[in-house]
Design a protein around this ligand. Structure first.
Ligand code: FES
Length: 340
């Protein structure tokens, strides 16, 4: 067994060096040394632990293309839950050192209420025993009361608030949907574990293009809440896509936040019918080269995997690549797991 040094470079410029055995995964070694690289499944399935290997040789165990594409692997991205070193390595971690030094911690809370926002979504409000510190866009694992299961949801509320809010897709037969639709009542005990995920709002240095598919709106609500408090200099265009007008939720809140922040354009697109402004189809039917501002734009997308793939392909069609493309895919197995 050989031990290698793995330098972890964090977004805030901090570097920490950990020792990692050649038969040990980088996330495990980091965790052992009290550094919490964002991770979730630990199985090469979710992509949460994706980092960039700047130097060194390593092996990658099993992972799904959903978690990291061949193209990303060729560029040098790595899933650190599947990475064991074959030499000293330098790894760029897309999170701050502060975020990584805190292990995901279970925080107890109680249900304040469930709002039936539409036929296809619920709003869940939770009072937490203590504040969960998270970055706007991140998610937590939420326990399903009365079961031993949990589901992952992005906060739709403002970081630092006492009350956590979530926007939850109604999956017929799903364990959380069953709970929310049939059994939930105020005062139910619930546990949030996290925060997790690398889909969070970076410092805004250029125009923003935000793309939300269905309940993928949740992290953008949190970002808007954050900016309404912190202020913002950059123009933001938010495309919000749903199937039908009845599936669009929180529009009053979005418009109020947009007005408060200023320079925010909200565009709705409906797959199955004309929206009030005549936009029918998918986001890619309406996204133009102008939206990409000659590439000087940060694109954030939260939606189902086909939407991520379609938008990525659309950049190629338009012949413009954004400066940054951050995305969060809904877990495609969640519906099946829920239905089990
Ligand atoms: S933690 Fe899910 S792929 Fe590594």
């Amino acid at each position: 067994m050989t031990t290698y040094n793995v330098a972890l470079n964090f977004e805030d410029g901090v570097t920490r060096v950990i020792q990692c055995e050649d038969d040990e995964m980088v996330t495990e070694a980091a965790f052992r040394q009290k550094i919490n690289i964002p991770m979730d499944c630990r199985d090469g399935v979710c992509g949460t632990c994706k980092c960039f290997a700047e130097k060194g040789q390593f092996e990658l165990e099993f992972y799904l293309d959903e978690a990291m594409t061949e193209e990303e692997a060729a560029q040098g991205y790595v899933l650190t839950c599947q990475m064991s070193p074959l030499s000293d390595c330098v790894v760029r971690v897309p999170a701050t050192s502060a975020a990584c030094k805190t292990a995901p911690e279970p925080v107890s809370g109680e249900v304040l209420g469930v709002d039936r926002l539409s036929e296809t979504s619920f709003g869940l409000r939770v009072k937490m025993a203590k504040t969960v510190v998270f970055l706007p866009g991140q998610y937590v694992n939420v326990s399903v009361p009365g079961t031993d299961k949990h589901r992952s949801y992005s906060f739709s509320s403002k970081p630092g608030a006492d009350e956590a809010q979530f926007l939850i897709r109604n999956i017929p037969g799903g364990v959380m949907s069953n709970y929310l639709g049939e059994r939930a009542k105020g005062g139910d005990a619930i546990t949030l574990t996290g925060p997790m995920g690398t889909f969070y709002l970076r410092p805004m240095e250029r125009p923003q293009l935000w793309l939300a598919g269905g309940t993928g709106l949740a992290p953008f609500l949190s970002m808007l809440e954050h900016l309404a408090e912190q202020g913002n200099e950059q123009p933001i265009t938010l495309y919000y896509a749903a199937t039908r007008a009845a599936d669009l939720v929180e529009l009053d809140r979005i418009h109020a936040l947009a007005k408060q922040i200023g320079n925010v354009t909200v565009i709705t697109v409906l797959a199955a019918e004309e929206d009030p402004h005549g936009r029918k189809g998918f986001v890619t039917d309406h996204l133009s080269a102008d939206d990409l501002n000659g590439g000087d734009v940060d694109v954030y997308l939260c939606g189902p995997p086909p939407m991520v793939d379609a938008v990525r392909g659309h950049f190629g069609t338009l012949g413009v690549q954004p400066a940054n493309f951050y995305f969060e895919k809904f877990n495609p197995t969640e519906a099946e797991a829920d239905a089990a």
